[in-house]
Write a new protein. Structure first.
Length: 222
């Protein structure tokens, strides 16, 4: 489940077969279908305001990244492959595990959205070049096989999960600042929960929390 950070009335979610979009805060939903009618599978979804227009993004476990304009008549999915690492034996990018829209601020104070993506199992993190419709590699993991997922931000630092725990990437320098200082507190929170920890999304208006809480590979976002 993803909420447009510049328009909280817009939300997207998905089943394995289709992406569902709401522009009224979840009161009603429409199906946008999927980039592939032949091979079911939706890995991640996101919705963002790009150059003043609403855009829905999805990733497929096999077919890479796609986007659609949900308000356009006869809207169709557009596939994107350029810029993403691809195994020599495959004809499409390696699985893109997560998509994260991040609100940034121009020098004049105006807001815009940047899109970040993670890739498994060839561990990479990208920023999406919306103007040229291609991925821009920011960071490649040191292990030959890993799983970068669960993207979120703490101030100007991109945080993600991987097989060894929590990783981070400074969004200004594109270098790793090391393990987040909050990691010890998160481990205490994990230890306080009996059994398996599942993931959840809770709006701030319903949560009662003043700070984010990490649950498994996702955050309580608000």
């Amino acid at each position: 489940l993803c909420v447009n950070p510049l328009n909280n009335m817009e939300m997207v979610t998905a089943t394995k077969d289709a992406v569902y979009y709401s522009d009224n805060g979840g009161d009603s939903w429409i199906s946008l279908g999927s980039t592939s009618q032949k091979t079911p599978g939706v890995k991640a979804v996101a919705v963002a305001t790009m150059d003043g227009e609403s855009v829905v993004f999805m990733t497929h476990p096999i077919l890479g990244l796609s986007y659609i304009y949900p308000h356009k008549k006869n809207a169709m999915w557009n596939d994107v492959e350029e810029g993403f690492v691809m195994m020599q034996s495959l004809t499409s990018p390696d699985e893109i595990a997560d998509i994260l829209p991040v609100v940034r601020t121009n020098d004049d104070g105006s807001k815009f959205t940047e899109l970040y993506l993670s890739q498994s199992y060839m561990p990479c993190i990208y920023k999406f070049d919306w103007e040229n419709k291609k991925g821009v590699l920011l960071y490649k993991g040191t292990e030959p096989v890993d799983s970068f997922d669960g993207l979120t931000t703490i101030n100007d630092v991109l945080v993600y999960t991987h097989l060894e725990g929590i990783g981070a990437l400074d969004m200004k320098t594109y270098k790793s600042p090391g393990t987040p200082t909050q990691f010890a507190d998160w481990n205490k929170a994990f230890a306080a929960v009996p059994g398996m920890i599942n993931s959840a999304w809770v709006p701030q208006s319903r949560s009662g929390f003043s700070k984010g809480i990490l649950l498994n590979e996702l955050w309580l976002l608000y």
